[in-house]
Design a protein around this ligand. Sequence first.
Ligand SMILES: NC(=O)c1ccc[n+]([C@@H]2O[C@H](COP(=O)([O-])OP(=O)(O)OC[C@H]3O[C@@H](n4cnc5c(N)ncnc54)[C@H](OP(=O)(O)O)[C@@H]3O)[C@@H](O)[C@H]2O)c1
Length: 287
Amino acid sequence: MHTQSSNNTQEITLVLGGTGKTGSRVAQRLQARGVSTRIGSRSATPAFDWGLPDTWEAALENVSAVYISYAPDLAIPGVTDTIRRFVDRAVARGVKRLVLLSGRGEQEAQACEQIVQSSDLEWTIVRASWFMQNFSEGEFQGMIQAGVITLPAADIPEPFIDVDDIADVAVAALTEAGHTHEVYEVTGPRLLTFTEAAREISAAAGREVRFMQIPKQDFNQAIADSGAPDDLIWLMNYLFETVLDGRNAHLADGVQRALGREPRDFTLFAQQIASEGRWTAADENVA
Ligand SMILES: NC(=O)c1ccc[n+]([C@@H]2O[C@H](COP(=O)([O-])OP(=O)(O)OC[C@H]3O[C@@H](n4cnc5c(N)ncnc54)[C@H](OP(=O)(O)O)[C@@H]3O)[C@@H](O)[C@H]2O)c1
């Protein structure tokens, strides 16, 4: 993505994870508003890598605000050390405002929130439920194309959120007054189990997509066979076993509080994705 000139004044907004599901949308919205924007990711120029703190300095040059979408996930043990170190560097480099994307019900993510909250910066936390786009841009898309969402998850209700809503909240917090020191817990407008989400996807795509709970060992074997590293396997198990246990099976009003409107419903999301042809059956793609 294009990096705009800063005229050497400290006015750039750094979007970490800026090529990902939320970050790309945040960056697009900022640029549409005429905000000087810099993408922070390993493929950006200058490159930013969470694992290589030396790369942080160039990315923080002339930056006044940062959107933090940590990869792969704030839930991973030990991430707090990285976030603490990054916040310290941001403060030292003159950053004024931080917006942190966090996850609901995750102990390590909440510890990261506290690090941001104890800084002297203008901070906003966007604590999100599971993304609807996990079904269209993330890990589950291939399963939907194959017709079965196979996960080691109980059929617990989750208020999936549209990442476009997350981006709208983040951009408001990055660019407007009135969002400082707010924790916006953002969810979609409705609880859906995986079975119900699969039904919505089936209706929109015009073909059957099922949810099937599979044993943890089978799931782990499948993701190991796909070449996933051990920490990703740990993360998936943590998310499905620990976080998706019903603790987040309730709605929150962060979108309404931040934006004064309702979040987008899963039905509209599903209709849009299906109309773009992104859920066609795997064998239809081979033609
Ligand atoms: N998925 C969910 O349902 C959900 C729910 C709540 C919260 N979250 C949070 O969302 C965050 C992930 O956001 P997302 O889904 O928008 O991202 P994403 O789509 O997974 O994309 C990851 C982004 O991070 C960059 N990246 C990957 N590894 C990196 C590294 N080592 N150093 C620097 N950048 C790196 C990637 O670009 P490059 O490849 O170019 O580096 C890309 O821009 C996580 O912190 C997670 O806790 C997710």
